[in-house]
Design a protein around this ligand. Structure first.
Ligand code: ADP
Length: 178
């Protein structure tokens, strides 16, 4: 977990390679659905372009399918759950699949640094949600709907400072997990 721009995707890819996990990024999956003009993609696009979250029921159905399909694999989730109802839904999905969460990692970076990082990334990303207004909107949505998950997972959460180089952040994460 972590706010937009914290480096979740970057670190998730590194951990996936190191521990042989499937990397499931809901942002990437949704962008793929939009490229394919699927029903999910068509529903999701207007929310994403405006910097809003895609409704929980869409995400939960989509992730239930993916997680059921990959149930035999180790998985790293990137960008999901992003709301309390998604976390509650995930807990039911995992119960039904006889699976569980091993670690919850939260990467945090101070908000002004995040906005600068995202504006920099916007120059090459080609993402419709990488304009200044939408970047600020995504930070607000994060604080309102996603940040409460830190409390929700307070028993198991590992807090990692995301300020530093990619390698430094990876090292901090690895020091905290077995
Ligand atoms: P970032 O973390 O930089 O905001 P992502 O690629 O993770 O980027 O997500 C991009 C957009 O995809 C979000 O702003 C949101 O609209 C949508 N999205 C991704 N994951 C979820 C989720 N779990 N629930 C609702 N919407 C999501």
């Amino acid at each position: 977990m972590g706010p937009p721009g914290a480096g979740k995707g970057t670190q998730a890819k590194i951990l996936a390679t190191k521990f042989n996990l499937r990397h499931l990024s809901t942002g990437d999956i949704l962008r793929e659905e939009i490229r394919n003009q699927s029903e999910i993609g068509l529903d999701a696009q207007k929310f994403m372009d405006a910097g809003n979250l895609v409704p929980d029921d869409i995400l939960l159905t989509m992730m239930e399918n993916k997680l059921t399909e990959l149930n035999k694999h180790g998985i790293i989730l990137d960008g999901f759950p992003r709301t309390i109802p998604q976390a509650e839904g995930l807990s039911i999905i995992f119960k039904n699949l006889n699976s569980k969460i091993d670690y919850v990692i939260n990467i945090d970076v101070e908000e002004n640094a995040l906005i600068s990082r995202l504006i920099e990334r916007a120059k090459n990303s080609g993402r419709a949600d990488d304009t200044k207004e939408v970047i600020i909107k995504r930070q607000q949505v994060y604080r309102q709907l996603t940040e409460p998950l830190i409390k929700y997972y307070s028993n198991e959460i590992i807090q990692v400072d995301g300020d530093g180089t990619i390698e430094e952040v990876t090292r901090r994460i690895l020091q905290r997990i077995n």
